[in-house]
Write a protein that binds this ligand. Structure first.
Ligand SMILES: *Cc1c(COP(=O)(O)O)cnc(C)c1O
Length: 476
């Protein structure tokens, strides 16, 4: 068989061998491109653009896989970001566990989809058992359920839609699913921290309420929602005729890893029949750690966003939303004759499309299963304890040094800090480190440019942290 006659996998031994050698060659190319601990080649954006632009995207005649791989090896692999590097710490962007990388191969080869049972029989059943375990882990009872999504933003959007539909159904006796927004829609309001993730503003736009109906609540010194002020703001809005329908507690803010008080926010939510959502995209991983009590009582919330591509160290993308009462997910249910016939479901063929915004959906739950089985509670605990303890170590090292300004004491694995010599120097430090292959974060806190270590890599050592502190101090 000629190379260009082999299209897709089959039981033919020759074809299986072809795939095997393509995968092995790809892996060899990847592994031989990794020869240092830097996270980036350091090339500047214009030079990189020139190299990438020289690639012919769609030649008239295909050049075959070997030549294509060679070109990728020369021009692409050296400049990809090495997320496993302990020199990479700007974002909530984690390295991937080895077994989870291997599991991607299974997901890609079978290419199952989670819309209907006949598109992914075992994949569907796996999503169901993984969701069940997650609900148990976060303290939800029998009525709970959940669904894998495209990412934390997708999970949050899904929660916002459920909150709106539930509120309109129960409080305004209005079926949004059928009739669209109610006449008084401009009064519907979402309440979230002033430092929450911007996916709530986006979600508010997407569902037709707009940015102005997202109220950003003030935070205290620890970067948590000030619940006394929140109660006051919501009460005033309510008395002014607004319809507060959703409070979001952020469990691990993107910048600081700060954790809102779920119990106090739940009391406010109950008073006005509001939906309470926990955005634990970042903090959810800490459920596995010895520090899980820092997260608070997440099971009080109506839903929880969990990102596996952050603290759980799985490849992108992998996220889910779990809900306390499976009824709220019904807002995504819709039957089509070509996909998810009602009679199938009566006979036990579960079609997960009825819980999701997406239709075609990857079997991401499989990599959660494989990583959970491989590591167990104990393996995860030690990895996540280590990243939380590393943040503590770094914070303790600089907090009393007059050269540094430090942000709030870390609850999770992020430390926000700056050199006490003005914004410009701090910006320069980040750029200078980047050109040497170390990438750290930058944000703003109390109107100052701040630097940030977002520590997700359990392989980071105290010695490496010491070296980085020394390097940063040299720029003063
Ligand atoms: C990362 C993050 C998100 C968005 O998740 P994606 O997976 O990037 O879409 C939402 N909320 C918080 C708090 C986050 O840190």
């Amino acid at each position: 068989m000629r190379e260009n006659e082999i299209y897709v996998l089959s039981s033919n031994p020759e074809i299986k061998e072809t795939l095997r050698s393509m995968i092995i060659n790809t892996l060899d190319a990847v592994l031989s491109s990794i020869d240092s601990d830097r996270c980036y080649s350091g090339i500047d954006p214009n030079d990189l653009r020139r190299i990438i632009n020289s690639i012919e995207v769609l030649p008239e005649n295909g050049i075959g896989f070997d030549k294509t791989l060679k070109r990728v090896e020369e021009d692409v692999l050296p400049h990809l970001l090495s997320t496993w590097s302990t020199s990479y710490m700007p974002h909530l962007h984690s390295p991937a566990l080895l077994e989870a990388i291997a599991s991607e191969l299974i997901i890609a080869i079978f290419n199952d989809s989670l819309d209907s049972w006949d598109q992914g029989p075992a994949a569907t059943e796996i999503e169901l058992i993984v969701i069940k375990k997650l609900c148990e882990l976060f303290g939800y009872g029998e009525d709970s359920d959940g669904v894998f999504t495209s990412g934390g933003s997708g999970s949050n959007l899904s929660a916002v839609i459920q909150a709106r539909d539930k509120f309109c159904n129960e409080q305004l006796n209005w079926d949004v699913k059928k009739k669209g927004l109610p006449a008084e829609y401009k009064k519907l309001r979402i309440y979230t921290s002033s430092i929450s993730h911007f996916s709530f503003d986006k979600a508010s736009h997407i569902i037709g309420l707009g940015y102005d109906n997202v109220v950003h609540l003030p935070v205290n010194e620890k970067c948590q929602i000030d619940t006394l002020k929140a109660a006051e703001i919501i009460k005033n809005d309510y008395e002014d005729g607004y319809l507060p329908f959703l409070i979001v507690a952020t469990i691990g803010t993107t910048d600081f890893g700060s954790i809102d008080n779920v119990k106090e926010l739940k009391q406010i939510a109950d008073k006005y029949n509001m939906y309470l959502h926990c955005d634990a995209a970042y903090g959810s991983g800490a459920i596995m750690s010895s520090y899980s009590s820092r997260l608070g009582e997440l099971s009080l919330a109506d839903s929880i966003t969990i990102d596996f591509h952050k603290m759980f160290l799985l490849p992108i993308s992998c996220s889910c939303l779990i809900v306390k009462n499976k009824k709220t997910l019904e807002c995504f249910e819709l039957h089509a004759d070509y996909l998810n016939r009602e009679e199938d479901e009566e006979d036990g063929y579960v079609n997960l499309v009825g819980k999701a915004i997406q239709t075609t959906r990857r079997a991401d739950a499989l990599k959660v299963l494989i990583a959970f089985m491989t590591r167990g509670r104990d393996g995860y605990r030690s990895m996540i304890d280590r990243v939380i303890e590393n943040a503590q170590y770094f914070y303790n090292k600089i907090k009393d040094d007059p050269l540094f300004i430090t942000g709030p004491k870390p609850e999770l694995s992020s430390v926000v800090f700056a050199i006490n010599k003005g914004d410009e120097l701090n910006k320069r430090i980040r750029r200078a480190l980047m050109s040497k292959g170390t990438i750290i974060g930058q944000t703003v806190w109390k109107e100052k440019v701040m630097l940030k270590f977002t520590l997700l890599n359990p392989a980071l050592t105290h010695e490496k942290i010491d070296e980085l502190v020394k390097a940063i101090k040299e720029y003063k």
